[in-house]
Design a protein around this ligand. Sequence first.
Ligand code: FAD
Length: 586
Amino acid sequence: MSEKKIPKDLTEIPTEVVETDLLIVGGGNAGCFAAIEAKSQDPSLRVTVMEKAHISRSGATAAGMDAINTYIRTDKGETPESLVKWSRAQVGGGPIREDLALSNAQILNESVEMLEDWGLPIVKDEDGHYKLRGRFDISIQGEQLKPIMAEKAMEMGAKVYNRVAATNLLMQDGRCVGAMGFGVRDGRFYVFKAKATIVTTGGACGIYKNYTSDYSGAHHQTWMCPFNVGTGYAMGIRAGAEMTSLEQRWVAVRTKDFSGPVDTLSVGYGCLITNAKGERVLRDRYAHLGGDKAPRFVRLNAPMMEWLEGRGPVYVDTTVLDEEEAKDLREDLLNERPTFVLFLASRGIDITKEPVEIYGSDPYIVGGHTGSGFWVDIKRMTTIPGLFAAGEAAGGSPNKFVGGCAAEGRLAARGAMEYLGSVNTLDVDPQRVSKEKERVFAPLLRGPGFDGITPVEMEERLQRLMDEYAGGISQFYRMNEERLDYALKNVKILQAQTQYLFAKDLHELMNAHEVIDRLDVAELLIHHLKFRKETRWPGWQTRMDYPEPNPELDCFVESRRDPVTGSVEVFTRPYEQLIPGDRTEG
Ligand SMILES: Cc1cc2nc3c(=O)[nH]c(=O)nc-3n(C[C@H](O)[C@H](O)[C@H](O)COP(=O)(O)OP(=O)(O)OC[C@H]3O[C@@H](n4cnc5c(N)ncnc54)[C@H](O)[C@@H]3O)c2cc1C
């Protein structure tokens, strides 16, 4: 449906109904592995993938990777338990869901090795073991990482609907029985009826403003996949699912003005963080927290403190590299962020002669790095029967990355298959379907002449609001109760104004739903940030009015929005330590 053929009313929009056994919403890293696992367990099972982009190059791994951040080298004495301990320490001792993390770790290596079997080049050391870049971090030549996963899922017989964006879950009698959405190119309305559904839509990007977006015109000059906007979370929130740990935001330290990778330089090549005075920031000021090996939030917050205290700019010192190492580094970057190599070249930067400047990113909500997402049980079922979650969509278990998201996709598929064996497809109330069709296409049917608000305008308002009042980069991630109250009040105003959104084509229709979904995630996120009246992870979550950790909040913060009244309940769940030892040591 082109811009010229905008429908006049709903009757002009075709509806396609698809029946399947297992629906996977999001054909990314975890989604592909879920599809592969389900088809390998039962080739006769109807497995359907709903993918907003094109499965060959979608999601976090779309552009390629130079490393798989989690793999357990057992020959070096590492175990699933030691990986969980490390992960726990990376988030300052938790809380983390050790049950989830451990079950992921137990099938992590075989999940990574599957990728090698399908053709992914994994770098080996002299003994033939996967070459370590960090303690649990292996180097790959991963430009083709995503196509490899996608091809395997299709080869196994998963039916993929590309360029179909999910907009809401299909609910019946309190159960999830599929999902609905629209074709971002064909303009059709899609209804997928399924016995079980797995959400693998990744995290939420673009809730906060990126500091580069003002002048560049690139609205999403950002680290995370800009098309993962939190739709999976939003669909769950609207259906009343319990969400966990949204306040444990992921903020990364990245190369300044470009959002290039820093771990590749610091972990992979030993280029350490220095300030404007040439001081070794982590070694000199954060030795008590682990120095250069301090947890991730410390490594993010430390450079920003240097700025605040007058010792910025901050760099990774690449001048320690010789020509040969610099060439290897550029090759690694070509696997993950090829444009960063061009960026350096265009500025005439010789990294062996001058250091690379770094800075904080905008905050993301993402369960693959930190612990935000759906609360799930050990089988990865959310609190909504029939709805499962994996990868960045599932919360509680941080530091999953490529290998862990793959492993969790497989676990969710196993859980979903067990569940779907005991249920039938339900008849769906046609009114629910027509109501959703009406909601989905409303911005388009309002038409280009409508005196309303464009998705980009609303996104700008949301991002600026969150940046300034809910701890974004312009505020060095700091927030207090009054600012959060202001943010919540204004998010609600924006939510009420979504009825004035209008779209001139299908692309803008997609943008309209993206901002609606971001708003729903932002609302719950602010509730979480307000509830944690303490500072547990400076940088990720800094409360200026409560600067210290509060031992009484050593627990999970949870939320649930009532699907009928819209009221939000925030509560806690206890942290259960399964692996003994000092939680801050990994
Ligand atoms: C730039 C970058 C570099 C990284 N580097 C590394 C690294 O070197 N090593 C490492 O181990 N990890 C790395 N990670 C992390 C890792 O890639 C992710 O944690 C992991 O791949 C996420 O998997 P996922 O399946 O949860 O999400 P994704 O792979 O992002 O999949 C989400 C999918 O859902 C689809 N989707 C979204 N919304 C909708 C919708 N409404 N309807 C239908 N489909 C939808 C998306 O298009 C996408 O295909 C990196 C991440 C990024 C962003």
